[in-house]
Design a protein around this ligand. Structure first.
Ligand code: FAD
Length: 432
């Protein structure tokens, strides 16, 4: 039995590896190398298109909880992320090149996976298939799926720029952790009030790239362009990504605003401007971000871009195991199913693959309990709501705790403890 996995991104690689580990032959279709997307810049498998952060690992965060679940479910991609991690405080950030390489090595080590560099333009719904073509699904396949699933949905997403470490003015930047908690992994670029206000005015007035049929309410709140966030008020950025609290300068000064840079790779020769996803024209990015004193002469290895982000109206067509209600051996996973985020996409790929395996071998479906983030995402894609929107890991999608916990951090930990205990029992029950 040969299973098609379409899309060699985060969800697709996780799914292909799991199916191959379960003994199935897999044809992994990836179009890059032949056809590119507007945001990928290599033809490597599992390329991270924007930030190199897979978010927090702490057990009082929903993304930390999701990582624990993925460890229990045996995620290959999460292992690769830990192996290629770069220092990033409490977050799991990776060297993106090393991460892709690690995934390619794992996939390459499976003799029953064939990688086929080809754009798939239509789906054969009679074959066991996992569709994992992501938010940048090619136009031809998008059209084929629109015909099958009705209108595909979309929103707009933006990517932050990356600067060359050698071009940063280190006299005007300093390493430090907020409140000196944890390692000093971030490079902080402070601004005084006058510098900030000049930057802010330039930012809200700067030229943006025109997008067809662009409407501001289609922007995903979790990935809002910095200029859109700034236009909400003079101090909005100072309470968001440019928050100065706990980031005193080495001489004890209190900056008015701080832009933080995070290492892009282990070599430390490239930095991501945290929270600066943007739709400004490239010239305006250089001009306006150059008003941040430490970035005056910054050279851009990659400018920020904005693009359309496609997902299907999953509750109309998907079951909670990510399979199509009408074609139970065809699964739609990853961002295309309406989960949002790197780790969420990996999780859905894994659940899709586990269930493909279960169906093919006559075992019952495996949907993690609703008290887990993974289970809650399964519910999200299969439960009808008025206005279906992409969902990332957060405690709000979990059922309330049986007992009230007053302390906020402890309450979050309690969610994690409950979910992990429930998942552990579920895996035991299912002999997984
Ligand atoms: C620009 C951008 C920035 C993002 N930034 C972040 C971020 O910073 N943090 C975060 O957590 N999430 C981010 N996301 C959201 C999401 O987590 C990522 O898109 C993630 O990569 C989704 O995983 P995926 O496997 O669904 O899709 P992808 O990783 O994009 O993989 C899909 C693969 O399918 C291939 N493909 C597409 N069409 C075809 C076809 N017809 N035939 C064959 N192959 C095809 C593509 O080339 C790609 O390799 C971002 C998304 C975008 C688009």
């Amino acid at each position: 039995m040969r299973i098609k996995v379409i899309g060699g991104g985060l969800a697709g690689c996780e799914a292909a590896y799991r199916l191959a580990s379960d003994g199935y032959d897999v044809a992994l279709y990836e179009m890059r190398g032949k056809v590119n997307t507007p945001c990928h810049s290599t033809d490597s498998l599992a390329e991270l298109v924007c930030s190199n952060s897979l978010k927090s690992v702490s057990d009082d965060t929903a993304s930390g909880m999701l990582k624990k679940e993925l460890e229990m479910l045996g995620s290959m991609m999460l292992q690769c992320a830990y192996e290629t991690a770069v220092p990033a405080g409490g977050a799991l950030a990776v060297d993106r090149i090393a991460f892709s390489r690690a995934v390619e090595e794992r996939i390459g080590s499976m003799s029953n996976i064939e990688i086929i560099r080809q754009e798939v333009k239509e789906i054969d719904f009679t074959e066991p298939t996992i569709i994992a073509t992501g938010p940048l699904t090619s136009a031809a396949l998008h059209e084929d799926m629109s015909l099958r699933f009705g209108c595909a949905l979309h929103f707009y997403d933006a990517v932050a720029p990356i600067v060359d470490a050698a071009s940063i003015d280190y006299d005007k930047a300093y390493f430090g952790a907020r409140y000196d908690r944890g390692d000093a992994d971030y490079l902080n670029c402070p601004m005084n009030k006058e510098e900030y206000l000049q930057f802010y005015r330039a930012l809200i007035g700067a030229d943006r790239v025109k997008l067809h049929s662009f409407e501001s309410d289609e922007i995903f709140e979790g990935c809002m362009p910095v200029e859109v966030m700034a236009s909400r008020g003079e101090d909005t950025l100072r309470f968001g990504p440019l928050r100065p609290v706990g980031l005193r300068t080495p001489d004890g000064g209190k900056p008015y605003a701080v832009v933080q840079l995070r290492k892009e790779n282990l070599a430390g020769d490239a930095y991501n401007i945290v929270g600066f996803q943007t739709n400004l024209t490239f010239g305006e990015q250089k001009r306006v971000f150059g008003m941040i004193p430490a970035l005056k002469d910054a050279e851009y290895l990659r400018y920020g871009v904005m693009h359309r982000n496609t997902y299907i109206n999953a509750p109309d067509v998907l079951a909670s195991d990510f399979s199509l209600k009408e074609a139970p051996l065809v699964f739609v996973v990853g961002q295309l199913s309406g989960v949002e985020g790197y780790v969420e996409s990996i999780a859905s790929g894994l659940i899709g693959a586990i269930n493909m395996s279960a169906k093919l071998s006559g075992r019952s479906a495996v949907v993690p309990p609703p008290t887990t983030i993974t289970g809650a995402l399964c519910n999200h894609v299969s439960t009808r709501s008025g206005n279906y929107q992409p969902m990332n890991a957060n405690f709000g999608i979990l059922p309330p705790l049986a007992d009230k916990v007053r302390d906020k951090k402890e309450r979050k930990r309690a969610y994690t403890l409950r979910g992990i205990a429930d998942l552990s029992a579920c895996l035991k029950d299912m002999n997984l």
